[in-house]
Design a binder for this molecule. Structure first.
Ligand code: GDP
Length: 420
C-alpha cells in the first residue's frame, strides 16, 4: 500500500480488452473483492480447476455486469508498490465521454489498450483525442492480445508505428508514451516479464504504472461545489447536495450560489448521514444555508465563497475538439453544453481559429466551418446564465462536452471567461 493516489483511465476501442485488463490488474495485485473470490472458490474446485483461476474473476465481473449489479470495471481499486489506483470511468460505460469531460472523474494518467490483431480503430482515435484535449499527462499503451498474433515482434512493431502516428497527429508527446506488448487474458508482461516476448526488454505493465509521475497536488482553488439536486427535508429545510470539486466548506462560511445569485451562511453540513464541521474535495455533501429556499437555487448552480464567487459567463472562449458530427459546424450552431452538473444551450458565436493538429499552429483564422477531427478556438454564448471557470485556474470546472442528437459531438476546455 502507498498513500499516493492515482486516478487511472483505461481507454481504447470496444473489445480490445479493457475489462479483461482491469480484471487482470485486480487479480495480479490481490485486489479482487473477497466476496467474488469466496463465491467462486468452490465452483473452481468442483470443476477440477484446483484453485482460484483468473477466468473466474472475469466470469464474475462479466456476470455481475450483465445483472446490472454494482461491480463494474469503473471505480475498481488496486494498489501497486507506489500508488493506490482508482479506475475512473472506462469507455463503453454509459456517459463515459461526458463524465470524463465534465470533471465527474478526472483521470491523471491513462492506459490505452490496442488489440494487436486489430490495430488503431475508431474509438482508439476518439479516446486519444479526448485524452489529449483533457490533459492526460502520460499514456501507457498496452498492445494487447499478443497471444492472438503468436507474439510476433513484427506485428507488434506495426501496431506501435500506427499508434505513434496517431499520437503525433494529435500532438501527444510520444516521449511520454510507453508501449508494452501484453496479453491481458494470458497475463503476459503484466506482473512478470513474459517468456513469450524474448525480443521485448522494456517495462512490464505494473512497473510502468509504478513509474508514472506523481499526480499534481490538488490546487488551492477556492470552494467550488456544483449542485446536483435540491431537497426539502423536514426539520432542516432546503438541502442542496453535490460533490466538492475544489476548496473546503466549513460550517459558518458565507457562500454564494451562481448563477442564481443568492447566498447565506452554511448552517450544517452532512456527509454519509452524519453532521460534519467541514468537507473537502471529493466529498459528497448535503448542506443547509440560512435563508435559502428550495426555489432559490437549482441543479447546475455552483456554490463558492461569497467573497470569491463562481464566475458567470456572458461569453467564454474555449478550445474544442470535434469528435463526431455528421456534417459541419458553423457559427450560430446552438447545441447543449454539459459542464459539471449544468446543461445549457449555448451558441457558437464565432469560430476564431482552426488549429493544425500536427503542428499545434494556427491553420486558419476565422474559418467558415469545422468538422470531425478538427481542433479549434471558438467563442461561446450561453443562452441561459452558466457558471464556468477558465481551465487554467480551476480545471475541475473548466471543461465541457457538447451533445447533440444523443451523442457527444465535441469536447472542450475553457480558455477565458467574460463575465456579466
Ligand atoms: P473491452 O470491450 O475493451 O472491455 O474488451 P473485453 O475485455 O470485454 O474483451 C473483449 C474480448 O476479447 C473478450 O472475449 C476477451 O476475453 C478477449 N480478450 C481480451 N484480452 C485478450 C487477450 O489478451 N488475449 C485474447 N486471446 N483475448 C482477449
Amino acid at each position: 500500500m502507498s498513500d499516493q493516489h492515482q486516478n487511472l483511465a483505461i481507454i481504447g476501442h470496444v473489445d480490445h480488452g479493457k475489462s479483461t485488463l482491469v480484471g487482470r490488474l485486480l487479480y495480479e495485485t490481490g485486489s479482487v473483492p473477497e466476496h467474488v473470490i469466496e463465491q467462486h472458490r468452490e465452483e473452481a474446485e468442483e470443476k477440477g480447476k484446483g484453485g482460484f483461476e483468473f477466468a473466474y474473476v472475469m466470469d464474475n465481473l462479466a456476470e455481475e455486469r450483465e445483472r446490472g449489479v454494482t461491480i463494474d470495471i469503473a471505480h475498481q481499486e488496486f494498489s501497486t508498490d507506489e500508488y493506490d489506483f482508482t479506475i475512473v470511468d472506462c469507455p463503453g460505460h454509459r456517459d463515459f465521454v461526458k463524465n470524463m469531460i465534465t470533471g465527474a472523474s478526472q483521470a491523471d494518467n491513462a492506459v490505452l489498450v490496442v488489440a494487436a490483431d486489430d490495430g488503431v480503430a475508431p474509438q482508439t482515435q476518439e479516446h486519444v483525442f479526448l485524452a489529449r484535449t483533457l490533459g492526460i499527462d502520460e499514456l501507457i499503451i498496452g498492445i494487447n492480445k499478443m497471444d492472438v498474433v503468436d507474439y510476433k515482434e513484427d506485428t507488434y512493431n506495426d501496431v506501435v508505428d500506427e499508434v505513434t502516428q496517431l499520437l503525433n497527429q494529435v500532438q501527444f508527446n510520444t516521449d511520454d508514451a510507453e508501449f508494452i506488448p501484453i496479453s491481458a487474458f494470458e497475463g503476459d508482461n503484466i506482473a512478470e516479464a513474459s517468456d513469450n516476448t524474448p525480443w521485448y526488454d522494456g517495462n512490464i505493465l505494473l512497473d510502468a504504472l509504478n513509474a508514472l509521475p506523481e499526480p499534481e497536488p490538488p490546487t488551492d482553488a477556492p470552494l467550488r461545489l456544483p449542485i446536483q439536486d435540491v431537497y426539502t427535508i423536514s426539520g432542516i429545510g432546503t438541502v442542496p447536495v453535490g460533490r466538492i470539486e475544489t476548496g473546503i466548506m466549513n460550517v459558518g462560511d458565507n457562500v454564494s450560489f451562481q448563477p442564481s445569485d443568492v447566498g447565506g451562511e452554511v448552517k450544517t453540513i452532512e456527509m454519509h448521514h452524519e453532521e460534519v464541521p467541514k468537507a473537502e474535495p471529493g466529498d459528497n455533501v448535503g448542506f443547509n444555508v440560512r435563508g435559502i429556499g428550495k426555489d432559490d437555487i437549482r441543479r447546475g448552480d455552483v456554490c463558492g465563497p461569497a467573497d470569491d464567487p463562481p464566475s458567470v459567463a456572458e461569453t467564454f472562449q474555449a478550445q474544442v475538439v470535434v469528435m463526431q458530427h455528421p456534417s459541419v459546424i458553423t457559427a450560430g450552431y446552438t447545441p447543449v453544453f454539459h459542464a459539471h452538473t449544468a446543461q445549457v444551450a449555448c451558441t457558437i458565436e464565432s469560430i476564431d481559429k482552426k488549429m493544425d493538429p500536427a503542428s499545434g499552429e494556427v491553420a486558419e483564422e476565422n474559418p467558415d466551418f469545422i468538422q470531425s477531427g478538427d481542433a479549434a478556438v471558438v467563442t461561446i454564448r450561453p443562452q441561459k446564465p452558466l457558471s464556468i471557470e477558465p481551465s487554467s485556474e480551476i480545471p475541475e470546472l473548466g471543461s465541457f462536452a457538447i451533445r447533440d442528437m444523443g451523442q457527444t459531438i465535441a469536447a472542450g476546455k475553457v480558455l477565458s471567461v467574460d463575465e456579466k
